[in-house]
Design a protein around this ligand. Structure first.
Ligand code: G4P
Length: 534
C-alpha cells in the first residue's frame, strides 16, 4: 500500500454523548464489527459508575485502566478506524474538549426518549467551532421515544446544525418494527437480539407491497407518508454529495438500538464511506497537509500515572502529517531539542503495543517523564506551532493557598506541572498576585490536592471564590484607536478583576453574568471570549 493510500484509509473520530445515551454500547458494537473484540461486554471503557462519583481515587483508578481504551484502533473493510474515547464524567469535560481537537469527525449518540441533553449541547459547541463533520445516531429505539420528526427539529434547534435522516424508524418501543434505510434503500427488520446482526432486504421502491406484508399495511403507509415528507423537507444526501456534511453544516442521522446491535452496521458502513480521512491542520506558520512526507504531530492529552513512585505519563500525539517511526530523532519544538522514542505505543482494539511506524491520522502514546505539555509540537525538523488547542472558560474557581510554608517551591512546581498536563487552569490576579485555579468540576480540586501531596510533597488549601466566567479579552481590531483607549480604561478600572492566564494573556474574571453584560455594554470596543483562541 502506498503512503498516500495509508493516509486516505484512516478514519479518526470520537463518539460523544450525554452520559447513559449509549456511547459505550455503541463503541463496543463497532468493535465487534471490526473483529477487534468477539463478545459483547468486553469493553469496560472509561465509563465511570455513578455510585463512585464522590470517590475520585476510584475514578482515577478506572481512568488508569482506561488508558488502553483511550484510543481503539481496528480495521474494517480496508479502512483503518481509530475511535478516541472521551470520559463520560462531566467533570472531565475539558479532557473531552481536547480530544475533539484530535479527531477528524464525530458521531453523536442521542437517547431517543431524552433527546438532546446538556453535555451533548456543550460538546457540540466545540464541534461547531472547529467545523467538525458530525453524524448522529438516535439510540434506544426499542424504547418508547419522542416522535422522530420532533427529534430532528430538536437536534437542529439545540445543536445548531442542519440534519437529514438516512434511516427512518417504523414506530418505537414495543411496536418498533425496524427502519427503512434511506441511504442503502433497504428495509431492516428489527428482532431484539443482542448478538446477531439483523437481516435487511433491498427495496428500491417503497411502494413494493411486500413491505405491507412484513410490517403491516398501516405502518407501511405511515412509512411511505413519512418518507415523502422527508424528501420534501430534508436535503438529499448521497456519497457523491457530502459537502454539507464535510463542512460541518449538515448532520446525517441514523436511528437504531446499539444494545440490540440494530442499525449499527448501517451507521458504520455509511461512516467509512463519507467520513473524512485526516484533514489539513492549521499551524501558526502554515497549513499542514496529512499527505506531506515530513512527520508532524501535536500532544492533545497527557495521561498521568497515578502511582506516585513512577511519575511517568503517556503523552498522546495526533499525527498530522507524514509517517512517524520508532527510534528516529524528532524535533520537540518548544524545548528546541531532538528526541527519539524507543517505545511508542499504538492502540489496537484494547491492546497497547509498541509500534515501529504510524501514519497521519493515527494516535500514538509516548512514555514521558515531564517533557511534554498539552499543545506541544513534534516535527521532522521544521519549526511549527499547531493551533486549535484552546482553553475554555472554567466553570468553578478557587484560590489556591500554600498550607505548608516550608514547601512553597514544591507547591509551585506541582501546580505548574499539573497545569501543563491540563488537569485545570491557573490564573494569577493582576492586582494581588493571588493564584486562582479554574476547573470544570469539583472533582479536579480533590485530584489536585491529592496529587500535590503525594507526588510533590506539597500541601494546599482552597479558599472559596464566587466567579461566573473567565473571559479572554481582545481589543476590537476594526477600531484599533478606540479599542486601545477603552482597554486602557478598562484595565485601570477593573484591575481587581483582571488576571493573567498561564501564557500571560489578559483574562477578565467576571463574578456574575450581570457584571459581564455591563462590561460588554460599557466597553463596546473590547471583545470578550469564552475560549483562549478566537
Ligand atoms: P454511556 O456510555 O453513553 O454512558 O452509555 P452506555 O452505553 O453505558 O449505556 C447506558 C445504559 O443504556 C446501559 O444500561 C445500556 O445497556 C443501555 N442501552 C444502551 N443502548 C441501548 C439501547 O439501544 N436500548 C436500550 N433499551 N438500552 C440501551 P445500564 O442498565 O445503565 O447498564 P448495563 O448494566 O446494561 O451495562
Amino acid at each position: 500500500m502506498t503512503f498516500q493510500e495509508e493516509i486516505l484509509r484512516r478514519r479518526t473520530f470520537a463518539i460523544i454523548s450525554h452520559p447513559d445515551a449509549g456511547k459505550t454500547t455503541l463503541t463496543e458494537k463497532l468493535l465487534l464489527y471490526g473483529g477487534a473484540i468477539h463478545v459483547a461486554g468486553a469493553v469496560k471503557s472509561n465509563k465511570i459508575r455513578k455510585t463512585a462519583t464522590s470517590d475520585w481515587m476510584e475514578i482515577e483508578k478506572q481512568r488508569g485502566i482506561s488508558v488502553a481504551t483511550s484510543v481503539m484502533g481496528f480495521e474494517y473493510n480496508d479502512y483503518k478506524i481509530n475511535i478516541l474515547d472521551t470520559p463520560g464524567h462531566q467533570d472531565f469535560a475539558e479532557d473531552t474538549f481536547r480530544t475533539l481537537t484530535a479527531v477528524d469527525s464525530v458521531i453523536i449518540v442521542i437517547d431517543a426518549a431524552k433527546g438532546v441533553e446538556t453535555q451533548t449541547r456543550r460538546l457540540m459547541q466545540v464541534c461547531r467551532m472547529r467545523k467538525t463533520p458530525v453524524m448522529v445516531f438516535v439510540n434506544k429505539m426499542d424504547r418508547e421515544g419522542k416522535d422522530p420528526f420532533d427529534l430532528l427539529d430538536e437536534i437542529e434547534a439545540e445543536l445548531g446544525i442542519h440534519v437529514t435522516p438516512l434511516s427512518w424508524p417504523i414506530n418505537s418501543g414495543q411496536r418498533f418494527k425496524g427502519v427503512y434505510n434511506i441511504f442503502q434503500h433497504t428495509l431492516d427488520l428489527y428482532t431484539p437480539d443482542k448478538t446477531h446482526v439483523t437481516e435487511s432486504i433491498r427495496y428500491d421502491d417503497v411502494n413494493n407491497p411486500e413491505i405491507d406484508s412484513l410490517v403491516g399495511g398501516q405502518d407501511a403507509d405511515k412509512l411511505r407518508q413519512d418518507l415523502e415528507l422527508i424528501t420534501e423537507v430534508y436535503p438529499e444526501f448521497t456519497v457523491s454529495n457530502t459537502a454539507g456534511y464535510l463542512s460541518g453544516d449538515l448532520a446525517p442521522v441514523f436511528f437504531g438500538s446499539a444494545l440490540n446491535t440494530f442499525g449499527v452496521k448501517e451507521l458504520l458502513e455509511c461512516f467509512v464511506q463519507i467520513a473524512p480521512s485526516p484533514r489539513p491542520v492549521s499551524t501558526e506558520e502554515r497549513e499542514v497537509k496529512p499527505e506531506e512526507q515530513q512527520f508532524t504531530g501535536f500532544v492533545f492529552k497527557i495521561h498521568a500515572n497515578m502511582d506516585p513512585n513512577h511519575r511517568s505519563c503517556i503523552a498522546f500525539v495526533k499525527i498530522c502529517s507524514g509517517k512517524f517511526e520508532r527510534n528516529v530523532y524528532y524535533q520537540h519544538v518548544r524545548l528546541n531539542q531532538k528526541m527519539r522514542f524507543s517505545a511508542p505505543t499504538a492502540f489496537m482494539a484494547q491492546k497497547k503495543e509498541t509500534v515501529d511506524e504510524a501514519y497521519a491520522g493515527d494516535i500514538i502514546g509516548l512514555p514521558d517523564t515531564g517533557n511534554f505539555k498539552i499543545g506541544d509540537t513534534l516535527t521532522s525538523g521544521e519549526i511549527l506551532h499547531f493551533k486549535g488547542l484552546p482553553s475554555f472558560s472554567p466553570e468553578m474557581f478557587k484560590y489556591i493557598e500554600n498550607a505548608d510554608p516550608m514547601k512553597q517551591k514544591q507547591l509551585d512546581k506541582g501546580v505548574n506541572q499539573l497545569m501543563d498536563e491540563g488537569v485545570a487552569q491557573l490564573f494569577v490576579n493582576q492586582a494581588t498576585g493571588r493564584k486562582i485555579i479554574g476547573t470544570v468540576g469539583q472533582l479536579q480540586f480533590e485530584v489536585i490536592q491529592y496529587r500535590l501531596e503525594h507526588e510533590y510533597n506539597a500541601r494546599c488549601k482552597w479558599e472559596p471564590l464566587q466567579m461566573y466566567k473567565a473571559c479572554w479579552i481582545e481589543p476590537d481590531p476594526d477600531a484599533p484607536a478606540e479599542a486601545a483607549e477603552e482597554l486602557r480604561l478598562f484595565k485601570q478600572r477593573k484591575s481587581q478583576y483582571l488576571a493573567f492566564d498561564k501564557e500571560g494573556r489578559d483574562v477578565f474574571l467576571a463574578d456574575s453574568a450581570y457584571l459581564l453584560q455591563m462590561a460588554q455594554n460599557d466597553y463596546k470596543h473590547i471583545r470578550f471570549h469564552f475560549t483562549s483562541e478566537f
